[in-house]
Design a protein around this ligand. Structure first.
Ligand SMILES: O=C(O)C1=C[C@@H](OP(=O)(O)O)[C@@H](O)[C@H](O)C1
Ligand SMILES: C=C(OP(=O)(O)O)C(=O)O
Length: 751
């Protein structure tokens, strides 16, 4: 939660003493004042001129050069002197301290704790070490800034015996300044800061110094523009302060420097050897890393129950018309990156889905050393590394919300020479992974899971896999694909029998990359040990995304909509078959094939729908489309019955339950079964144009498809539908809100 910068209620200090009135201490004083702090603010500095300036600027109420005069009536003391000056200040303070709470703002923490131990025999419980992660290259009280800490992080490093009241008081001070207060151990703080702050400062100082000592230095500085200026701004920082920090955090800084030297050596070698792919892999990884880690950090907050609540507000009514193209197919986008990375040569992809799920797959390959350019407007260029060219990633591979990524990666990584760990967001962490881990173990893979065979997955590298013949207990394209990908690395044949046809994009794309995959009846198989050769991939629009608009048009009188360039692979068109069986007026135009996948434009016009018993064989062919199809059912005449769909319970949410709850909230009768649902449609009444159900509040449970299904339900609602927890729509359908508005929905997005 963002602290209220005006809230000083937790801060009841009669007098705050700031020791060291520089830019950091001065900014603290000004921030407290600006927040309406009513106590006294005094400062001590050995430089009387700084104190005089502080008084003149109105930053402090009183001040001087002697601690003895200022400590006694103060309640909270903030040490804002350079790190190596701390020990001297602590010595001077020791005889003066009574029950004051003491804190500091030093950039390293172990050195200050060591100093306190030498002075006091231990870190006193009333001393709370802290560090605001804010600053500037400027110094002195004249450079102070009342907003320096606003929305910045302050790290406090309490110890086991720190007085909780002291901690609370220091925390209250920073919250009053508008900061976000975090806690971590002293050791962790020093390691983190060595990498994120101390190393970059060291590099900036070093680069400027190196260039400044060269003969043509004037020329260098004269022409040094953007890059040099950006990179070296911090080299103008206070030398004493930074000498102290580098000295005080010696061990952690040297470790960070070692890592950096390895990285630089790698780049040097790549340049020397004219290894453009290696160079691009590093540059690309770096250029995307900042954005990616921001997203990742948001996810972490999301998991820890501070949801980024994106809320949709759908006004009732609207019509649906036009001609639109929805984003690229998610299943094919994942596979394009995976196979492109393992291929020999360069794979050009167009139509790539720039959604969070497929971007997670892309990032994971970057972390395994693959050079990938883009995405730029759906174009991605993958510099394949060959079947054995992946490198061990530095840490766990985080695949967010994407079940497909985790399960396909499990197969692919089981055959690598190195260990890996796969992690995901809260929803993915609840999903079953035994369905891939068990058969992979039969192939000889070594995989550890968390309780209940859930993520994270720890996959041991260096195992020789053996082909197996596996009868899948459920119709799952993810399991089939996982085993086929592991089969690429296995000895002999890997055969997978599916109880019902499932999407066959993996088989098609492998064949397209020159790797033979055979099929006879319900069995697909391949022989391990082959090679993939790169080729272009044109990703069609995702029929699962198109479905929301197909249903929107199917339920809204007067609608006439064309969805362009949609993938209509026979293993994906359950939604078309089911809508047609319900009576929808739907036709495929301009059917043709791109890169081994059939595509078409789909035209759909409104006619009243009938409820049906959904044929069992259509279930796997429409597995992701059911949330939207349930909305079609709610608008049809009569009851729609679905059975044999227990897989819906283990998607991003329990989709049977989530949809039943939502439909009931709108006033639609829905009866749940273990493997399905009956929905009593509200269509077929006298007033064909009137609303089918009411409005209401829906919890999407963070499931993109639940969120989008209830959005289109708004077209036939009698009142507003408000849908919570919609941020994950971005996993599969970036731009959904804009497109929905474009075809005629009245939709607002909040948060
Ligand atoms: O292979 C794939 O790309 C997918 C397979 C399906 O999952 P299951 O294999 O679990 O049915 C589907 O729900 C998912 O969205 C994508
Ligand atoms: C189930 C889905 O995806 P995944 O399994 O990849 O999370 C989906 O997109 O509906």
């Amino acid at each position: 939660m963002q602290p209220d910068p005006q809230d000083t209620s937790g801060l009841a200090e009669p007098r705050v003493l700031i020791v060291g009135l520089g830019m950091i201490g001065g900014s603290l004083a000004r921030a407290l004042r600006a927040a309406g702090f009513e106590g006294e603010i005094v400062a001590c500095d050995r430089d009387a001129i700084e104190i005089a300036r502080g008084l003149e600027m109105g930053v402090i109420d009183d001040g001087g050069t002697s601690l003895a005069a200022l400590v006694p009536r103060s309640s909270l003391i903030v040490l804002a002197v350079p790190v190596l000056a701390m020990e001297g200040v602590l010595h001077a303070l020791a005889p003066l301290l009574d029950d004051q709470v003491v804190t500091d703002v030093g950039s390293t923490k172990q050195a200050i704790r060591d100093a306190a131990r030498r002075v006091f025999g231990g870190l006193p419980p009333t001393m709370v070490l802290g560090h605001p992660i804010a600053g500037s290259e400027k110094s002195g009280v004249a450079a102070s800034d009342a907003s320096l800490y606003r929305r910045h992080k302050v790290i406090l490093t309490p110890e086991a015996d720190t007085d909780p009241v002291a901690l609370m008081r220091v925390r209250a001070m920073w919250i009053a300044c508008g900061a976000e207060v975090l806690e971590m151990t002293i050791e962790r703080h020093d390691e983190v800061l060595a990498r994120t702050s101390h190393l970059p400062h060291l590099l900036a100082f070093s680069l400027v110094d190196t260039l400044a000592r060269q003969d043509e230095r004037l020329e260098i500085f004269r022409y040094a523009a953007g890059g040099f200026r950006d990179f070296t701004r911090i080299a103008g920082s206070d030398p004493v302060m930074w000498r102290d920090i580098f000295t005080a955090n010696r061990t952690a800084l040297l470790n960070a420097l070692d890592d950096f030297e390895n990285g630089i050596a790698g780049l040097r070698a790549a340049i020397a050897a004219d290894d453009q792919d290696a160079l691009l892999a590093t540059l690309d990884r770096a250029s995307h890393a900042r954005h990616y880690f921001d997203t990742l950090l948001n996810k972490t907050r999301y998991q820890t129950m501070e949801p980024r609540n994106v809320r949709y507000r759908v006004s009732p009514g609207g019509s649906v018309s036009g001609s639109i193209r929805v984003p690229g197919d998610k299943s094919i986008s994942h596979r394009a990156i995976m196979l492109g990375a393992l291929a020999e040569g360069v794979t050009q992809v167009q139509g790539f889905l720039e959604g969070e799920d497929s971007l997670a797959t892309l990032q994971a390959f970057r972390e395994m050393g693959v050079a990938i350019e883009g995405p730029h407007q759906g174009r991605v260029t993958i510099h394949g590394v060959g079947m054995h060219g992946l490198q061990k990633p530095a840490g766990p591979l985080y695949v967010g919300n994407a079940g497909t990524a985790m399960r396909l990666f499990a197969g692919l990584l089981a055959g690598q020479a190195f260990d890996t760990e796969l992690t995901g967001d809260a929803s993915l962490t609840r999903r079953p992974m035994g369905r891939v881990a068990d058969p992979l173990r039969l192939m000889g893979a070594v995989i550890e899971t968390a309780d209940g065979q859930r993520p994270p997955l720890r996959i041991k590298g260096g195992q020789q896999l053996e082909g197996i013949a596996y009868d899948m207990p459920m119709a799952s394209a993810q399991v089939k694909s996982c085993l086929l990908l592991a089969g690429l690395y296995a000895e002999g044949e890997t055969r997978v029998r599916e109880p019902a046809p499932t999407r066959d994009h993996t088989e098609r794309m492998l064949n397209g990359f020159g790797y033979p995959v055979h099929r006879q009846d319900d069995v697909a198989w391949l022989e391990g040990g082959g090679r993939l050769s790169a080729g272009p991939i044109d990703v069609p629009s995702d029929i699962s995304s198109a479905t929301f608009f197909l249903v929107a048009a199917a339920i809204t009188p007067g609608s006439d909509l064309i969805l362009e360039h949609v993938g209509v692979n026979p293993t994906r068109i359950g939604v078309i078959n089911i809508l047609k069986a319900m009576g929808a007026d739907l036709e495929l135009l301009d059917e043709h094939e791109v890169g081994g996948e059939p595509v078409a434009n789909i035209r759909i016009r409104y006619v009243p729908l009938q409820g049906i018993d959904i044929p069992a064989e259509q279930v796997p062919l429409a597995i992701d489309e059911f949330p939207a199809l349930f909305i079609a059912a709610a608008n049809a005449a009569g009851t729609t019955r679905l059975r044999g769909a227990e897989e819906l319970r283990v998607k991003e949410s329990d989709r049977l339950q989530a949809m039943a709850d939502g439909l009931q909230a709108l006033g639609v009768e829905a009866t749940l079964y273990e493997d399905g649902i009956d929905i009593v449609g509200r269509g077929g009444g006298q007033d064909e144009d009137g609303p089918s159900y009411g409005g209401g509040q829906i919890d999407s449970l963070g499931d993109h498809r639940i969120a989008m299904a209830f959005t289109i339900a708004g077209l036939r609602a009698g009142d507003e539908i408000v849908i919570d927890d919609c941020a994950n729509v971005a996993t599969s359908f970036p731009g959904f809100v804009d497109l929905a508005r474009r075809v005629g929905l009245q939709l607002d997005e909040e948060g």
